[in-house]
Write a protein that binds this ligand. Structure first.
Ligand SMILES: Cc1ncc(COP(=O)(O)O)c(C=O)c1O
Length: 353
């Protein structure tokens, strides 16, 4: 759906309750340029296209990175950004890995604020389950041909109103392991760079087109790229599990996993609000019967309960293929309550627009 951008001021004509995760053109986006060692002030623009040099490193050598975060309408009408400083820090880590200049945290957060404020009419109302997804990105541009870092960079932030990434909110989905890897053991898995996602398109499509015993799969479970024996990620989300006795929140630790801001937030909430033990360690694909619940978590996925995992001929069900487990539900309520301002946030987690 493409909306008329001339209608700023009035609420966008959107069916908020049935939003999916698709591109909708919003009014304004932030755009800044880096050249000769510094960023310009940047500005908001209505143009949703980029005009860049044919030799841009982003086009040939994948020198680019991006982020994803959300703005939420609170009950009192104010607007919450969830931990934008963590996205800024992760983008800086991605920049270090691909030899790109940092976007300073203050500039990153301010750009997000400006974009939300300028597109407020696209922010889903409180209680609809929707949010305004922000997509900051940084690309290497300018005249170039060799494999080297770009002479210039563009930083931009645009936004799209979204609903759930996996349909049905807290409905469990099934997933299937892949023999493909999204990243190499010492590659770029921990950075949010486009190459990882290009590598994920084929296994993702294969998973969605596979059916085993009449079961369909929402996405791929990636195993560790060295041994293919431990769970790493769930499509574009992190993985967590709850031990069968309900006592411990466990999540994989590996240098090829994207450090999910949602996952680390859940880990804190599991420990500090649910009183669970928390563990970052190994989750072996042949030891899934240690866990009574499992989930995928991320900005887009929020928390998607994992019904079961197909691995070769084995299908392992956690809590249930149709019902969310009790710990996963409590984590979901705690997280989404904080994001929408209904529950008290740990210090610094919510930044008002
Ligand atoms: C590969 C991958 N893993 C995990 C996540 C979840 O990270 P976050 O919770 O910061 O959105 C994302 C989404 O950003 C992702 O693309």
């Amino acid at each position: 759906m493409t909306l008329n951008t001339a209608a700023s001021g009035q609420t966008a004509n959107i069916d908020w309750a049935n939003l999916g995760f698709s591109y909708i053109r919003t009014d304004l986006r932030f755009l800044a340029h880096w050249k000769d060692g510094e960023w310009d002030a940047g500005q908001l623009t209505a143009d949703n296209t980029l005009h860049i040099a044919e030799g841009s490193t982003a086009l040939h050598y994948g020198q680019q990175c991006f982020e994803g975060l959300k703005a939420y309408r609170a009950k009192d009408g104010s607007i919450n950004l969830f931990r934008p400083d963590r996205n800024a820090a992760r983008m800086q880590a991605s920049c270090d890995r691909l030899l790109m200049p940092h976007v300073p945290t203050e500039m990153f957060v301010e750009a997000c604020r400006q974009v939300v404020a300028a597109n407020e009419r696209f922010l889903p109302p409180y209680g609809t389950g929707g949010s305004l997804y922000l997509r900051p990105f940084l690309i290497g541009v300018g005249d170039n041909i060799g494999v080297r870092t770009a002479p210039e960079f563009i930083f931009s932030v645009f936004c799209v109103p979204v609903g759930p990434y996996f349909k049905g909110g807290l409905t469990p989905h099934n997933f299937i392991t892949s023999t493909y890897d999204r990243a190499a053991p010492n590659g770029t898995g921990a950075a949010k760079v486009g190459g990882n996602y290009a590598a994920s398109l084929l296994p993702g499509a294969a998973a969605k087109n596979t059916s085993v015993d009449g079961r369909h799969f929402a996405d791929v479970i990636y195993l560790d790229p060295s041994t293919h024996s431990k769970i790493e990620e769930v499509g574009a989300a992190n993985f967590f599990a709850i031990t069968k006795d309900g006592s411990t929140f466990v999540t994989p630790k590996s240098p090829s996993i994207l450090p999910s801001i949602t996952k680390y937030s859940l880990l804190d909430l599991a420990r500090d609000r649910l009183g669970l033990k928390v563990e970052e360690g190994e989750i072996r694909i042949d030891e899934l019967d240690r866990y009574g619940e499992a989930g995928a978590c991320g900005t887009a996925a929020v928390i998607t309960p994992i019904g079961g995992i197909q691995h070769g001929d084995d299908f392992h069900v956690f809590h249930s293929e149709t019902e969310v487990g009790p710990v996963t539900r409590r984590l979901y309520e705690e997280l989404t309550g904080i994001q929408s301002g209904d529950r008290e946030a740990p210090e610094g987690w919510i930044v008002k627009v």
